[in-house]
Design a protein around this ligand. Structure first.
Ligand code: ATP
Ligand code: MG
Length: 502
């Protein structure tokens, strides 16, 4: 251990409230140069708020921020960047039309470079890429890069501005395992060069694999800090939840009802091609469709959402032949509800209230002669808050101010409002912590017990196995394996999904 004097950043008694709710309570934190710490905790624990405070996005109500032994007060992210602190947020801000080089150097244009030639710009970007040993395609537009590569560009940008501390808010939530590994390799290398790293993560595997320290936030307090090597997972999870938590639950498979969703011989062009994908989901059944990113499950999801382009094949809902849905409205008409993966982009209107979000698919049925029945609408939202245990002040709270897990519950409630027969969920717990995850899984089991047919499309093997009455595995655009509840195994699911053989 280095002496405390060498702390790169420290916080003392940092507190923050929004309205009446105290989100951070007297947080002490310290990080040395070259140290990497994973910040973990349930949804709503205050992790993102803490990340924003140490990077100048938010100001604390009370407490001190000390950077390299100097008290600092950041009025904006720009102030933080000046002393060497950068935030890589979950939703990256970049200009999609501009090239990687332009995005890297955007804040220095044109002052540093004047109106220099593009080749000058590319050369400078390439120099940075070499200096920090981060390969990026400097000439390509940002919009053509994968999310993983865009993150690496952001990191390079931070490094090029002499960052000493990089704070990442759930950097791997939307990355494949290979991409995550790559990112952590890079961060590991940067750590060796003396960079401090704070990363929020919900994935225990990576916390244990890549971090020297894990700090647990719970209810706005930093309740634990320790080395993952010396902390059993069960203990870490106990700190997160403040109570013992059972692991995966056994599933009581109910006798299967009639088949209500029938996907028949779906084919499509594209990457990958769908090849003869057929399956059924019965009333009261939860079927997981699992595969690694790019396996084609996303295409199936799009097809069931009414966003599928050029899918051919048959589709039957509740015994009635439907054409492949050509738009989301067609899916809703057939009573197929869809919970999208990109809740912030496709699912929710963050600036609007819980009430508005929960009711927007059923607003017609809540209206009489063009007037929305306010009371009915409010009741719908109040029921949702109660049934889904949504932690919110009231139905008027803007959805964007809820924690991720609670946003997910609002999304689920809104899709259930029209009372669908079949519910298709795409990555239902992505970015959710273990507590919220178990809660949502329980909720899904309850919906199945009440007779709904559920299809969970996920790239998360733990989730796929945890929740399924039946597990379908997809690889390269076709179904390659199927397991009944009794024979579910993560190892077999992964093997089938990556084609590793038996
Ligand atoms: N701008 C805001 N206005 C009001 N409340 C807010 C605001 N930002 C966050 N909150 C509340 O503060 C609490 C902590 O939120 P925060 O985003 O820090 O949680 P988190 O630990 O990052 O959760 P998650 O894992 O879901 O991302 C939540 O209850 C959230 O609703
Ligand atoms: Mg967060």
């Amino acid at each position: 251990m280095l002496p405390a004097l060498s702390a790169l950043i420290e916080t003392r008694d940092v507190s923050k409230s929004f309205g009446n709710s105290q989100v951070l309570n007297a947080v002490d934190f310290s990080l040395e140069a070259g140290q990497s710490v994973a910040v973990v905790g349930e949804n709503g624990a205050g992790k993102s708020t803490f990340a924003k405070i140490i990077t100048g996005v938010l100001s604390p109500d009370a407490g001190e921020l000390i950077f390299e032994n100097e008290p600092v007060s950041f009025g904006s992210p720009r102030d933080a960047i000046k002393v060497g602190v950068a935030l890589i947020p979950q939703e990256l801000a970049y200009v999609p039309q501009l090239t990687v080089a332009e995005n890297l150097l955007v804040n220095r244009l044109p002052s540093t470079f004047g109106f220099t030639s593009p080749s000058h710009l590319f050369k400078e970007a390439e120099r940075l890429s070499k200096e920090f040993e981060l390969e990026v395609p400097v000439r390509r537009p940002m919009s053509e890069l994968s999310l993983a590569d865009r993150q690496i560009v952001e990191i390079l940008k931070a490094l090029s501005r002499d960052s000493r501390l990089i704070v990442l808010d759930e950097p791997t939530a939307s990355l494949t395992e290979a991409e995550s590994n790559h990112l952590y390799e890079i961060l590991g290398r940067l750590g060796e060069r003396g960079l401090g790293i704070v990363a929020i993560s919900h994935r225990m595997d990576e916390v244990y694999k890549f971090f020297g320290r894990a700090d647990v936030f719970r209810n706005g307090e930093r309740v634990f800090s320790g080395s993952p090597d010396q902390t059993p997972r069960a203990e870490l999870i106990r700190h997160m939840l403040g109570r013992e938590k059972e692991e995966l639950e056994d599933i009581e498979t109910a006798p299967r009802g009639a088949s209500v969703l029938r996907v028949e011989a779906w084919r499509s062009e594209g990457i990958p091609e769908l090849r003869d994908v057929s399956f059924e989901v019965a009333e009261g059944e939860v079927v997981s469709l699992f595969g690694v990113r790019g396996c084609g499950a996303d295409t199936v999801a799009d097809g069931l959402a009414g966003r599928g382009r050029r899918i051919e094949g048959g589709l039957e809902v509740s015994g009635k032949a439907e054409g492949i849905f050509r738009n989301p409205r067609a899916a809703r008409r057939a009573k197929v509800g869809f919970v999208p993966a990109e809740r912030k982009r496709d699912g929710l209107v963050l600036g609007q209230s819980i009430e508005a979000n929960v009711s927007f698919l059923v607003i017609d049925s809540l209206s009489v002669a063009g007037f929305v029945r306010g009371r009915a609408r409010r009741r719908l939202a109040e029921d949702a808050i109660r049934d889904f245990d949504i932690r919110a002040r009231n139905v008027s709270q803007a959805v964007g101010t809820l924690s991720g897990g609670n946003q997910q519950k609002v999304l689920l409630a809104s899709r259930l409002a029209p009372d669908p027969t079949v519910l298709v969920l795409h990555e239902p717990t992505r970015g959710g912590d273990i507590g919220a995850r178990i809660e949502i899984h329980r909720l899904l089991r309850k919906l199945a017990a009440a007779g709904k047919a559920l299809l969970v499309i996920t790239t998360d093997v733990e989730e796929a196995v945890a929740i399924a009455d039946r597990l379908l595995i997809m690889r390269d655009g076709r179904l390659v394996d199927e397991m009944a509840a009794g024979e579910r195994s993560q190892a077999r699911a992964l093997r089938s999904a990556v084609g590793g053989g038996a």
